[in-house]
Ligand binder design. Sequence first.
Ligand code: DO4
Ligand code: MG
Length: 283
Amino acid sequence: MKLYRTGNGQYVEYEGSYYRVPELSWDALLGHDDLLGFLHSIVNPGHLAYDFFSAQIAAPIGSQEVWAAGVTYYRSRSARMAEARDAGGGDFYDRVYSAERPELFFKATPSRVAAPGTPVRIRMDAKWSVPEPELTLVIDPRGRIVGYTAGNDMSSRDIEGENPLYLPQAKVYDRSCALGPCVLVTSEPLPVMTPIRLEIERQGKTEFSGATTLAELKRPPSVLVEYLFRENHFPAGAYLMTGTGIVPPDSFTLLGGDRIRITIDPIGTLENVVVQGPLTGSD
Ligand code: DO4
Ligand code: MG
């Protein structure tokens, strides 16, 4: 069951039809004791909606914080070790990959999150920027995974590689994160063979494409959530990006105008265009 947040309220997509979710804020939905059961109760002719396609899809987030896990795929460990070699950082990326405690970091407040179809940004003071396509866990205030969305953990690799203490600047800035297009609400874990695909289009041509599967994710999502909720309360719930398993070659950097597509089949495709510089009023 797919839950969309739009400029026109919330909709549920189920078996090809759309249903209007009666007035409940996004935070109230995530706080629901039985979100999946509640959404199933809406799937009836009384709530059928025919105006979904005229609604502007918004990022599927209310007042939740976005957190991220790092170095959860072998590919990410290797890329990070290479970029931090001159800073003497190779060793601790390897250590965190095999340590019991995961790397978790704060990623974004809701205002820094780009909606599907709106720009994500690269920093003016960065020379090496990449998207990171990541399965993102949607967690309710009780610490239960209630759904999944696609996420883009935009990253400045030169800033991160210069000194690991610069990680927050490499990761957290305006529109450094995108989420969407919907939340797949389910009580089942996603199959391990679920593919995550990244395509970067430049001037109408594919500049980079890559794929991985959840089978490459080293740590179970439930373990990442358990660490996130240790000593932390999230009254509105939280989002947790699970790390990237796709890293473009070191010669690649994003440019303004690039189009990024992140596809996780049961969720859909999250698409954003890259901007370097200030956003215009309409962004
Ligand atoms: O440790 C740096 C960040 C790693 C990251 O964002 C990832 O592996 O996805
Ligand atoms: Mg990441």
